[in-house]
Design a protein. Structure first.
Length: 202
């Protein structure tokens, strides 16, 4: 209180002024760090929601294929582009189409959010050239990649720009242990988009 009164009277010593400035700087830094962590947490939740939406759509598509007797085609899903898979089933609506026909959003509610930030499929993509918060499919690695925006609060085994690689993997009884799904002798129970590297948000 005394310091505040002296501030008002403009009778602070240089030491007291330095202390006041340092305190204010620390408080500003703490608030900024907290704000950035909130942004990072929101980004993590949005990314997880996108993965959940894709996996939900894949599950629906899987049961549709099984009930229609199209189980052999599921073998082609392994490490395929999930956006193409879901687009072929009508569960994803392209952004341009959605802008022209917004009523189609009701037909693909699971994946529309991701579609707005999906850049497409590329034979090779330098992650450095991709803005944070966007997805793309790298055909050379056969992975769906999410480019992390708030990289200060993210850690991964991957070197280079902060990103997460996902791939569609089949769940099946691997009877011969070769890691490959054989529709003639093995039973598939589902498909899911799974991370290919360890990572964590701070």
């Amino acid at each position: 209180m005394a310091l505040a009164n002296r501030w008002a009277d403009r009778n602070l010593s240089r030491l007291e002024l330095a202390f006041a400035v340092l305190t204010i700087a620390i408080l500003i830094g703490a608030f900024m760090d907290r704000g950035l962590r909130i942004f990072a947490s929101a980004e993590e939740r949005a990314m997880q929601a996108s993965v959940l939406n894709i996996n939900t759509a894949l599950t629906v598509m899987f049961f549709q294929s099984m009930s229609a007797g199209r189980s052999p085609e599921i073998a082609r899903w392994d490490h395929a582009n999930p956006m193409k898979l879901l687009a072929s089933s009508g569960m994803i609506v392209a952004v341009d189409t959605l802008q022209e026909q917004p009523e189609l959003a009701r037909l693909a509610p699971l994946s529309v959010g991701l579609g707005f930030r999906y850049l497409g499929e590329f034979d090779y993509m330098d992650p450095q050239a991709v803005d944070g918060g966007h997805w793309y499919y790298d055909f050379s690695e056969k992975v769906l990649v999410y480019r992390v925006r708030n990289s200060e609060f993210f850690r991964s085994q991957l070197s280079g720009p902060a990103r997460i690689r996902f791939a569609v993997e089949l769940r099946f009884d691997d009877l011969n242990g070769d890691g490959q799904y054989n529709p003639e002798s093995e039973t598939v129970s589902g498909a899911a988009l799974l991370p290919q590297d360890e990572y964590h948000w701070m």
